[in-house]
Design a protein around this ligand. Structure first.
Ligand SMILES: NC(=O)c1ccc[n+]([C@@H]2O[C@H](COP(=O)([O-])OP(=O)(O)OC[C@H]3O[C@@H](n4cnc5c(N)ncnc54)[C@H](OP(=O)(O)O)[C@@H]3O)[C@@H](O)[C@H]2O)c1
Length: 271
């Protein structure tokens, strides 16, 4: 068996190909590390920060010399970019087993002041981007009879937040999208006679982080952050790897009976 992934984790995802959007920094980078630590080969999506992507990929190649890493810049919110990315990954790696829709942006402003462009930009990347990527990946996964799609939502999608109507709407939109994708995945597998064939299955789930220590949160003023921590039973923000471990758990073959679910990782904030 290949040594891939055994250094820090295990071999749960040995020889799997995983595409992580926004996979080169923040929560996405933690997800990338976590999937690679279980033996996956990675296709790393990102927007436009080539320098950050190059540095991250060099680090990953050094840590996991047996794994393959490819870079895929592009805007997930543009259907052509999303489709090209999925096609490139399949061409370069020969298949796509796992898609993690993690890329996301904020453009915060109260509803009364929000510009049309700010509304549109966030819906386009966070919600439409997830749809475009999932649509392209699902076709391939249905043909192969197996796959994993994990979407990254946010506790804001459950609770709403002042100044984040666009972000909250995009993130709660992922709940309905996830459940529909999960139902359609089962429908297609059943039609192809591949449902419950003893394989890994084709599942779609969402992970819903609370507040996580990343650059996205660095923009939040200290005073506001203190207030937020006061509302979290565990009284601290999450570390990115605390989100990532749920993603690799969902991606394992043995998680094949978990689909259409919303996985909160928020220190108890929504209790
Ligand atoms: N941080 C939190 O507290 C928190 C909480 C709940 C949920 N989330 C969600 O978790 C996910 C990751 O958050 P994060 O804090 O790690 O974000 P981040 O540090 O801001 O990183 C965002 C990543 O997404 C990429 N990206 C942005 N727009 C893109 C686009 N249009 N097309 C392709 N890639 C794009 C970025 O690429 P570049 O590097 O090229 O810019 C970057 O790799 C997001 O969906 C976010 O909504 C975050």
């Amino acid at each position: 068996m290949s040594e891939q992934g055994t250094k820090t984790g295990g071999t749960k995802l040995a020889d799997r190909v995983a595409l992580i959007t926004g996979g080169t920094r923040g929560i996405g980078a933690a997800i990338s590390r976590s999937l690679a630590s279980q033996g996956a080969n990675l296709a790393l999506g990102y927007g436009s920060d080539h320098g950050r992507a190059d540095t991250f990929i060099a680090e990953m190649r050094e840590t996991y010399p047996d794994a393959t890493f490819t870079a895929h810049p592009g805007n997930v919110g543009k259907p052509a970019d999303a489709r090209t990315t999925v096609a490139d990954v399949i061409e370069q790696h020969g298949k796509l087993d796992i898609l993690v829709n993690n890329a996301g942006i904020t453009r915060d402003r109260t509803v009364l002041k929000m510009e049309d462009e700010e509304w549109d930009a966030v819906i386009e990347v966070n919600l439409s981007g997830t749809f475009y990527m999932a649509q392209a990946a699902l076709k391939h996964m249905v043909e192969r009879g197996s796959g994993r799609i994990v979407n990254v939502s946010s506790i804001i999608g459950e609770m709403g937040n002042i100044g984040q109507a666009n972000y909250a709407a995009s993130k709660s939109g992922l709940f309905g999208l996830t459940k529909t994708l999960a139902r359609e995945a089962v429908f297609h597998l059943d039609r192809a006679g591949k449902l419950n064939d003893g394989g890994a299955g084709l599942t779609v789930n969402t992970v819903t982080p609370g507040y996580v220590n990343t650059e996205m949160v660095e923009a939040v003023p200290e005073k506001v952050l203190d207030k937020i921590k006061g509302r979290i039973p565990m009284a601290r923000l999450a570390n990115p790897d605390e989100i990532a471990r749920v993603v690799h758990f969902l991606c394992a073959d043995k998680s094949s009976y978990i689909t259409g679910q919303i996985w909160g990782v928020n220190g108890g904030m929504d209790m």
